[in-house]
Design a binder for this molecule. Structure first.
Ligand code: CO
Length: 134
């Protein structure tokens, strides 16, 4: 059902420092900062040959990333995102197999303008899993 690894998202407490590290130390292709107020994040895309890393920094008052950073002050892996061809078919299969979908269970528009869903980390080995229809 799942296809490519679309991205790994990493919450960071200092976005400028993380950009500098990925761009200058690791030599990666790093995007500008992009504010996504609907998602409560400022994101920087690190474009790798085979996938992307998304550096997430809190934006606004109710950012889930701010809460994550309280628990993980040095930052940490926030979620992984797998591609699916049909998000409704994927959701129905996941729910039938006992996975819990976060929110109201309906896909919303993700950071790339495509439909996404998140699954409860307790159902996926402690990892927040996003699926994105591509
Ligand atoms: Co994501």
């Amino acid at each position: 059902m799942i296809g490519r690894l679309n991205h790994v998202a990493i919450a960071v407490p200092d976005l400028d420092a993380a950009v500098k590290q990925y761009r200058d130390t690791l030599g990666a292709d790093v995007s500008d900062k992009i504010d996504l107020p609907d998602h409560g994040v400022t994101v920087v895309f690190v474009n790798l040959e085979n996938t992307k890393i998304e550096l997430l920094f809190p934006l606004g008052e109710n950012s889930s990333i701010a809460k994550f950073l309280v628990k993980n002050p040095t930052g940490g892996m926030h979620h992984v995102c797998y591609e699916v061809a049909d998000i409704y078919a994927a959701r129905d299969k996941l729910v039938a197999d006992g996975a819990r979908i976060l929110g109201d269970g309906e896909p919303r528009t993700g950071a790339h303008g495509k439909p996404v869903l998140f699954m409860h980390p307790k159902d996926f080995s402690g990892t927040l899993v996003e699926i994105e229809q591509v």
